[in-house]
Design a protein around this ligand. Structure first.
Ligand code: 4AD
Ligand code: MG
Length: 477
């Protein structure tokens, strides 16, 4: 278009100079002037793009808009430094006061922390600046002036921050955790998609318990008793018989009155269920999934892991396959470590820490005592006192991140177990159909996303792994 206009105008000049009787020199001057004029117009007409801070590297030397919030403001006489955040990162805007209008200087001077602004300026590479780039500010548009912001740049207590979770999320550490969580969830979905698993979402309102009746949130379902789902597993088993290999991914609920750093009342679980998979096939797909997730985070979340000061060597040294030990071997480890632990008891958090400290990678503990596991777990044909289940314990004391196992596929045994666990048989009749019509060996597992995020991010407490945690006696905001 520009070329055409230039050509076109050249011809106009040629014709008009002819008719006006101008000489060649005069003509050259005129063409030069027109060329300059068009280049200027072109520059002026080019739209200034709005870009994400994360993508500034693609716009070095260009003028851009950043839509964000003022994170911090420093002034040193002739220059003001505006640190702006847009959710994707931080960037420093440099305002040289003598180069801009007095109005702009006074506007910037009046900005408060978290005021929303649109900053305009030219992108420069600057290794010493946060994020590696800087903006030479040419304009600032105020969108909203923020009231005095409660979360300042000094240290605040966790209680104070947790009460302001809706604002705490804006800080760089929380931003990094949320981005890693998002990457983890994305990687999991991709992992399953690549392996021909179908996403089959499970219901949240259920008429029956999956993981014991003591940890249920009860609902009134138009006069009937219903519960918030503890796990999508039972529905996943039906879906696996229909679709082969499936996964579900959604919120699950546990009402146990537990206040530990590993417990939430509402957490997200990814659950997979595979027809014709035994305990070993099940373990293999789990370790591949966890390994895939770790590699993805290491590859794509470098900046976030740095913000969290995560010790990367701990994640980098993890290799496949993960170690596997039996429950009985785990008890031996505990006893050797001086713990008084009796075969048949369930592990507490300190026990899991001792066991996992023996290994550099996550460790599978398999064949737990039948008595401490859920009703659906298949007994080991070689030893009926233990089940073909396995939990995955994360390193560095992060505890159990996955629970799973092979399911009972025999109708009579499953009926017997439902009775032994005092579960209402009517509620499980449909589930028993799966054993009546073409029952097959099958297995599955569930990974708590928040526990995985806490481990990968190296966080002390699970409350920072989900945007709005639901904990004992705490559901605000
Ligand atoms: O071990 P769980 O209870 O297993 C199940 O629910 C199976 N039905 C899963 C299956 O086989 N489809 O829970 C699985 C995982 C745990 O390993 C843990 O990571 C997480 O869910 N989890 C919790 N996370 C946070 N807060 C809680 N209260 C949790 N309870 C379990
Ligand atoms: Mg468990």
């Amino acid at each position: 278009m520009a070329c055409f206009s230039l050509y076109y105008s050249k011809n106009i000049v040629k014709h008009s100079t002819k008719s006006l009787g101008l000489d060649k020199k005069n003509l050259k001057e005129k063409i030069g002037w027109i060329k300059k004029y068009y280049v200027n117009i072109k520059r002026k007409c080019k739209k200034v793009p709005t870009v994400l801070i994360k993508r500034l590297g693609e716009h070095v030397g260009e003028e851009v808009f950043i839509q964000g919030w003022l994170y911090n403001l420093r002034s040193s006489g002739k220059i003001s430094f505006l640190i702006v955040r847009d959710g994707t990162g931080l960037v420093q805007g440099v305002l040289v006061k003598k180069e801009v209008s007095d109005e702009l200087v006074s506007l910037v001077g009046s900005l408060t922390q978290e005021s929303s602004i649109i900053m305009r300026g030219i992108v420069r590479e600057e290794a010493r600046s946060v994020g590696g780039y800087e903006i030479q500010v040419t304009g600032v548009e105020l969108v909203n002036i923020a009231e005095e912001y409660p979360i300042t740049h000094k240290e605040h207590g966790v209680e104070f921050l947790a009460d302001r979770r809706h604002l705490w999320l804006r800080t760089p550490r929380q931003n990094a955790v949320m981005r890693i969580r998002s990457e983890i969830e994305h990687a999991i979905r991709e992992f399953f998609y690549q392996r021909d698993f179908v996403l089959a979402d499970a219901p949240i309102i259920t008429p029956a318990a999956c993981e014991g009746t003591t940890t249920l949130f009860e609902l009134d379902y138009h006069g009937d008793k219903a519960f918030l789902s503890q796990s999508g597993q039972l529905y996943s088993e039906a879906a696996a018989m229909a679709l082969g290999r499936i996964y579900c991914f959604g919120p699950t609920f546990r009402a146990e009155k537990s206040k530990t750093r590993r417990h939430l009342m509402e957490f997200w679980m990814v659950e997979a269920e595979m027809a014709y998979f035994d305990i070993n096939d099940n373990i293999k797909v789990q370790e591949e999934m966890v390994y895939y997730v770790i590699q993805r985070v290491l590859e794509r979340c470098k900046q976030e892991l740095k913000t969290l000061e995560r010790d990367l060597t701990k994640l980098e040294k993890i290799t496949l396959p993960f170690p596997r030990i039996s429950y009985t071997e785990a008890v031996e480890i505990l006893n050797k470590a001086g713990e008084e632990f009796t075969w048949g008891d369930d592990f507490g958090a300190p026990h899991e820490t001792i066991i996992s400290n023996y290994f550099d990678a996550p460790v599978f503990v398999h064949r737990y005592p039948t008595a401490i596991k859920a009703f659906y777990m298949k007994p080991d044909p070689e030893n009926k006192d233990v089940v073909l289940g396995a939990d995955l314990l994360a390193p560095e004391g992060y505890g159990e991140i996955i629970g799973g196992g092979q399911r009972i596929d025999d109708l009579k045994l499953l009926e017997q177990r439902i009775a032994e666990h005092n579960l209402p048989p009517e509620a499980f009749d449909w589930y028993l159909d799966l054993r009546r019509y073409g029952s097959v060996p099958h297995s599955g597992f569930g990974m708590g996303i928040e526990r995985a995020v806490a481990w990968i991010c190296g966080l002390d407490h699970i409350r920072e792994t989900i945007p709005f945690p639901r904990m004992l006696h705490k559901m605000y905001p």
